[in-house]
Design a protein around this ligand. Structure first.
Ligand code: S3P
Length: 190
């Protein structure tokens, strides 16, 4: 798509598909794709879980808010944010003000199925990751909903369908070719 200059942000719980959908969407829109976790990892040179170990969640959140504030200054990028990015009020308003925010909604049970063997996400390294996902969703659901311009259920839909749907939402409605568009003057023609 040419001439699309606003940013597109993907938010939602970990495992919801923000990176996969974001990458495919960026390809479709011919925009650069960014991922806040990857950006933090490439700048610090260590994985997210090491930042959690060394600096705690608070240290990671500060880095996350800073990186998103910086990346959101760019024009025409697709950015997948970390699942907890919306915890920061400044991040919520930056995202809403500088682009279209899409919440990829998923059920904790589905996320658990996908991530039960995950060792990279520090918040899931507990005895009961499903309970943790439910807690995180309870806490974050209102924040995701308040930040999003558009919510999409990821459950049964594949990546291609989600990308089509998002593209339709982002593109301006097409002008009808028969000249009957509102304001075209077709009604008042003699
Ligand atoms: C987190 C989600 C992760 C990563 C970190 C914390 C969260 O990103 O930022 O492990 O708080 O939900 P993904 O949502 O990309 O997995």
């Amino acid at each position: 798509m040419d001439g699309f200059s606003r940013n597109v942000y993907l938010i939602g719980l970990m495992g919801a598909g923000k990176t996969t959908v974001g990458r495919a969407l960026a390809r479709r829109l011919r925009l650069p794709f960014l991922d806040s976790d990857h950006e933090i990892e490439s700048r610090t040179g260590v994985p997210v879980r090491t930042i959690f170990e060394l600096e705690g969640e608070a240290g990671f959140r500060m880095r996350e808010a800073n990186i998103i504030a910086e990346l959101s200054q760019r024009d025409g990028v697709v950015l997948a944010t970390g699942g907890g990015a919306v915890l920061d009020a400044g991040t919520r308003s930056v995202l809403r003000a500088s682009g279209t925010v899409i919440y990829l909604r998923a059920r904790p049970e589905d996320l658990y199925r996908r991530m039960r063997h995950d060792r990279d996400r520090p918040l899931l390294q507990t005895g009961d990751p499903l309970a943790r996902l439910r807690e995180l969703l309870d806490l974050r659901r209102p924040l995701y909903e308040a930040t999003a311009h558009l919510t999409l259920d990821t459950g049964e839909q594949g990546v291609a369908r989600l990308v089509n749907r998002i593209e339709r939402e982002l593109l301006p409605p097409e002008q009808p070719l028969d000249g009957n568009a509102p304001g075209s003057g077709a009604d008042s023609a003699p």
